[in-house]
Design a protein around this ligand. Structure first.
Ligand SMILES: Cc1ncc(COP(=O)(O)O)c(C=O)c1O
Length: 474
């Protein structure tokens, strides 16, 4: 029997003059949006579906949980194989995406708020139907193998040239696992991979930083198809054996890149994909991450695509994120670093603490260290000793707080049409929204105007700290 033809297409590799000019290096786009289902997902899902069909025959019922694109790929595969498919999606999957899946002949069920909820239902459906086979959207060796074919193709297309870096998005981790496995098979063991997510969907970044799997409390990003609360163990494991740089960008950056990429390249992609492109639209970011890139270097971006988008969505991005006075002062986070993209397009690294006047400085140490936390606690009560897990929670809290204050203050700076973050921006935000005064900088007239709004996540953590302390006191 001859091997069945793959369900995915080989995709072109295109040199982008515009992005190469911006970044002063060679940017190559691997055009995965040209796949039949509109995203790279068909490589992995098509391969897994075919193998499942070969194993269980024509009565096979594929049951796939998905944020949208894996489901569409599974539905497309089932149609090609002439078998039944049920796709379970969360409520943040758009109606037009659901109808695309339905038009491939699949049954679509909506369950829960995020993919993790949909996944539970998919597994329970499989338990009740003897012909049903669970098709995971990212966590399966056949999915990784299928995804890795894009690197085998890329190797041929590069004609003997090894890329200096590959940029790809991370959701549940199927894409990056395939990319890493593909690189290893290609002998590209040292090619660094910039793994991009959005804040609020950055389960991979959190896992790499923690050195263990981390479950996000919820998904809060517009990049809904990246929204797996926990990344796959395989992605984390592979990040330990291959050079990977986890990186999270803001929704505003992903949305901005989506609009710019459409305008410049006439290609419409989801934020799940444009988050990777967004790094190129702030060239200083790229050179900051990869200082050795030059005019002869070659960077490949996996344009993973996505069908869960349309012009209406892009227009809403323009309104939400790119309206006058709103664009560009954007914080991005890489590990413990906060980088600020300012209105004039320049990039500033890190900030000092508010009390030192908020100068931008290049400072390679962490924003708030454990030692700093210990010192602060000792100032309140010199006899107090914190347990490591309480310190970790406090560190996380401090990090999030600084990030939110920075983002908000940047918006205020942009609002007053300045490209420089001034102490007054931070001061105004802290006083108005948190009722916090910066010693030596307080302005009486705006004090106590508003009560502080304490987010639920903050309250939960405070409770967690209190609980941890009670447990350690017992
Ligand atoms: C368009 C798009 N890009 C990237 C990803 C991330 O892929 P993975 O979940 O395999 O990490 C997804 C996931 O659904 C996606 O739909």
């Amino acid at each position: 029997m001859t091997a069945p033809t793959a369900l995915h297409n080989p995709t072109p590799l295109m040199h982008s003059t515009e992005l190469s000019r911006r970044t002063q290096t060679n940017i190559w786009l691997k055009l995965e949006f040209l796949q039949p289902s509109g995203s790279f997902k068909i490589r992995g899902l098509g391969h897994l579906s075919q193998k499942t069909f070969q194993k269980y025959g024509p009565k096979t019922h594929l049951v796939c949980s998905s944020g949208g694109n894996a489901g569409l790929a599974a539905a497309y595969s089932a149609r090609q194989l002439d078998i039944k498919a049920t796709i379970v999606v969360p409520s943040n999957c758009s109606e037009f995406m659901k109808s695309k899946i339905q038009s491939e002949g699949a049954i679509v069920i909506t369950e829960g708020e995020v993919w993790d909820d949909a996944d539970k239902l998919a597994r329970s459906i499989v338990a009740q139907d003897p012909h049903a086979v669970y098709i995971p959207p990212f966590d399966h060796p056949d999915v990784w193998e299928g995804n890795s074919t894009m690197i085998a193709e890329l190797k041929e297309q590069m004609g003997g040239v090894t890329p200096d870096a590959i940029i790809c998005s991370v959701g549940g981790g199927g894409l990056i696992s395939g990319v890493i496995l593909g690189c290893q098979a290609a002998g590209w063991d040292n090619v660094p991979i910039l793994a991009v997510e959005t804040h609020g969907a950055n389960s991979f970044q959190q896992a790499v930083l923690a050195g263990k799997l981390v479950t996000l409390p919820k998904i809060t990003s517009i990049a809904t198809t990246l929204g797996a609360k926990t990344v796959s163990a395989k992605a984390l494991e592979l990040s330990l054996v291959h050079p990977v740089i986890p990186f999270a960008v803001s929704d505003a950056m992903a949305a901005g890149a989506c609009c710019q990429f459409l305008d410049e390249h006439r290609i419409l992609v989801e934020p799940a994909c444009s988050c990777s492109l967004s790094v190129l639209y702030t060239p200083e970011l790229l050179s900051n991450i990869f200082p050795n890139l030059g005019p002869e270097s070659n960077v490949v971006v996996i344009v993973c695509g996505g069908s869960n988008t349309n012009l209406e969505q892009v227009n809403s991005f323009r309104e939400l994120f790119l309206a006058e006075g709103q664009q560009s002062s954007i914080a991005v986070k890489s590990g413990d670093q906060i980088l600020l993209k300012m209105t004039n397009g320049t990039l500033q690294k890190r900030m000092t603490s508010p009390s030192s006047g908020l100068d931008m400085v290049e400072n390679p140490s962490a924003l708030i260290t454990k030692r700093k936390i210990q010192e602060m606690v000792a100032q309140i009560d010199p006899t107090e000793r914190l347990e490591p897990e309480v310190e970790d929670i406090l560190l996380e809290l401090a990090d999030e707080f600084i990030e939110s204050v920075t983002q908000f203050a940047c918006r205020l700076a942009t609002h007053r049409k300045s490209s420089t973050l001034d102490v007054k921006d931070v001061q105004l935000h802290l006083e108005r929204n948190w009722n916090i005064r910066i010693p030596g900088f307080a302005s009486e007239e705006i004090r106590s105007v508003r009560k502080s709004v304490v987010p639920a996540s903050h309250t939960q953590r405070i409770t967690a700290v209190a609980n941890a302390k009670t447990t350690t006191q017992k």
